[in-house]
Design a protein around this ligand. Structure first.
Ligand code: ZN
Length: 352
């Protein structure tokens, strides 16, 4: 009986480490492969990774969030090519894209880690605040909240919030011991605007197109096969807008769309074989920032009531209930708040 009660209390959708770290290996073009992370509803996610094989070595874009997953990526990579990884690019500082760095450094000691200057700064200063050690410190308070149904400040949780916390705890318990196995490793080679790497004859261009989802997002472009690894400038099916530079991101998307890309590997989600989705993201950014500009004398609360992005939301989510919730929590909430802040204060300073 007690076991049954216990099982009933566990949300059915809590994911295990195995699912959270799962990925599919996809050939993107000749000599370019992607590890596409499995999409779940968990906040514990792993970004996509791209393997670019040249004549004399390999360049890897992003290294994943879960060390066990990164080890499997490295094993897959060794099946794809006997060549060593010579370069690793971190597209931005968010830990779901670079926690696996130290695993690559162990497997390929000669590899050089590259990012924009701002991303290196973010990996040094911001990433640890969201790393596994921080999560470990937060767990007792979360357990207490799940047990009592209240936060430490006495705020009552709704049943849905309590279930979400319980689910997150189950996922953390499954994934945290693995996440704690990585060692903090920031890039040692940085650039401001552009860095070109030659893997023998194969040219790989690493570009900073402007501030966007972070202050230092890099994209990686392989001209001979027209492949673009977009990092979290493009997250499918719903953009991720926490901490973003909204009006600049719209312009950065213009620069991204100007690149002659036949295939785009987004930071999360499946390969995109045309530019329909990034164009939609650009229109959404423009709509949010234009409306924020005209609502800049309103409070955030009042501005939210007058904001109208329903048509773009429907175009993006096609009415799917879960995607609508994702849209509200990762576009409307943080994205519009940032856009309004920009409209009120002018360009925001780098927060990585
Ligand atoms: Zn990400």
């Amino acid at each position: 009986m007690r076991l049954l009660l216990l099982l009933l209390a566990l949300p059915v959708s809590a994911e295990t480490l195995e699912t959270l770290s799962a990925f599919e290996t996809v050939q993107v073009a000749r000599g370019v492969h992607a590890f596409i992370g499995k999409q779940t509803e968990s906040p514990l996610v792993s970004g996509n990774s791209v393997v670019i094989i040249g004549d004399d070595g390999v360049l890897v874009v992003d290294t994943g969030h879960f060390p066990s997953g990164t080890r499997r990526m490295i094993a897959q990579l060794r099946k794809l090519t006997p060549l060593p990884v010579r370069y690793v690019v971190n597209t931005h500082w968010h830990p779901d894209h670079n926690t696996g760095n130290s695993l690559y450094a162990e497997a390929f000691p000669q590899a050089v880690f590259i990012s924009t200057t701002a991303t290196r700064e973010g990996i040094e200063t911001e990433a640890p605040k969201y790393g596994p050690e921080t999560l470990q410190q937060q767990l007792p308070a979360l357990r207490e909240a799940a047990r009592t149904g209240k936060t430490r400040k006495g705020v009552q949780l709704s049943e849905t919030q309590r279930a979400t916390v319980t689910q997150f705890l189950a996922e953390s318990d499954s994934a945290l011991p693995d996440m704690l196995q990585s060692r903090h490793l920031a890039p040692s080679l940085t650039f401001e605007k552009e860095l070109t790497v030659f893997l023998g004859k194969r040219e790989v261009r690493i570009l900073f197109l402007g501030r966007a989802n972070t202050a230092g997002d890099a994209v990686v472009y392989v001209p001979d096969v027209k492949v673009l690894a977009a990092g979290d400038l493009v997250v499918h099916p719903v953009p991720y807008m926490y901490g973003s530079y909204m009006s600049e991101w719209a312009k950065t998307m213009d620069a991204l769309l100007r690149l002659d890309a036949a295939v785009i590997v987004p930071g999360h989600g499946p390969l995109l074989r045309d530019k329909t989705y990034p164009l939609l993201v650009k229109r959404l950014l423009e709509s949010l920032t234009t409306q924020a500009a005209s609502l800049r004398n309103e409070t955030l609360e009042d501005a939210r009531k007058k904001l109208d992005v329903k048509a773009l939301r429907d175009e993006l989510t096609k009415g799917d209930a879960q995607l609508n919730r994702d849209f509200d929590s990762s576009v409307l909430e943080p994205g519009f708040a940032r856009a309004l802040r920009e409209a009120k204060e002018g360009p925001l300073k780098d927060e990585n």
